[in-house]
Design a protein around this ligand. Structure first.
Ligand SMILES: Nc1nc2c(c(=O)[nH]1)N[C@H]1C(S)=C(S)[C@@H](COP(=O)(O)O)O[C@H]1N2
Ligand SMILES: [Mo]
Length: 262
């Protein structure tokens, strides 16, 4: 993986600006002032008497809005794999050999009830299906159909305490040369977003190893690198200092934005 930055030209393209504006307007209509006032820093900006630029307005309202969903006709012929395609990790390989029957999603940290979930248990919970577009900053996109359990439902069971501010995704794949495994994080607002799911199916089939088996997250309004694959553990934390891993994600630690909104 090389250039992980969106070019200014890309972010200013007419189509993108139009989409941003529509998203902003949609968010305002759906969420109204109530949604805005719940965002910590928004009232501060108003008090400061600043004019809301379209960019700022987008940043505020898009957090509440839904990502565009597509139809079966829009599906990409194949959904490519990017980054790790098969974790170079003995424990992971042993789990994969057994069809992930011994795998468990560990959920702990700032929760009242730490829990482990088998794949079977996750599959038995409420599921959500969504056809969405994945945008990688390396310059490719793909539309795929994802099925998984809403992260919100898992959180409801483990009961985060009030101090919890982020969900950290700990992954199985070691990143060569960095002596560390892939990880990512999102805030509670994205964690409870209805389109944030822990996916175990892609295009009506069991999630392939190339795309993150047995479980990967979809955070639809952010870029591809936020969508952690090979998830082993969710940890709720109040700061990244709590995990001793700087900026909240593997790519973030190499300098990329933590909030990768599109
Ligand atoms: N564990 C893990 N998750 C990951 C990555 C990775 O290398 N390891 N790559 C990220 C990047 S940059 C992208 S674009 C997507 C790629 O998902 P895909 O393999 O399903 O296309 O996964 C993201 N999640
Ligand atoms: Mo990516």
């Amino acid at each position: 993986m090389s250039a992980h930055r969106e070019s200014p030209a890309d972010s200013e393209s007419p189509g993108r600006l139009r989409r941003n504006l529509l998203t902003a307007v949609g968010g305002l209509l759906l969420g109204g002032c109530d949604a805005l006032s719940r965002t910590d820093w928004f009232p501060g900006i108003l008090k400061a008497g600043e004019t809301l630029s379209r960019r700022v307005q987008h940043a505020v309202t898009a957090r509440k809005s839904m990502a565009e969903e597509f139809t079966e006709r829009d599906l990409s012929p194949t959904f490519r794999s990017n980054g790790t395609g098969n974790p170079n990790d003995a424990a992971y390989q042993a789990l994969a050999q057994a069809g992930f029957s011994n795998w468990q999603l560990q959920v702990d940290g700032l929760v009242e009830q730490p829990m482990g979930f088998s794949l079977e248990q996750l599959r038995a919970m409420r599921s959500r299906v969504q056809i969405t577009r994945h945008d990688c900053v390396e310059g490719w996109s793909a539309i795929g159909k994802w099925k998984g359990v809403p992260l919100a439902d898992v959180l409801t069971l483990v009961r985060p305490i009030a101090a919890a501010r982020f969900v950290v995704f700990h992954c199985a794949d070691p990143m060569d040369g960095h002596g560390t495994k892939y990880y990512e994080s999102i805030d509670m607002e994205d964690a409870y977003h209805p389109q944030t799911i822990l996916a175990y199916e892609l295009n009506d089939a069991t999630l392939p190893i190339a795309n993150g088996a047995p479980l990967r997250v979809r955070v639809e309004r952010q870029l591809g690198y936020k969508m952690a694959k090979y998830i082993m553990r969710l940890q709720l934390v109040d700061s990244f200092a709590a995990i001793g891993r700087g900026r909240g994600g593997y790519w973030e630690d190499q300098g990329y934005e933590w909030y990768a909104g599109i």
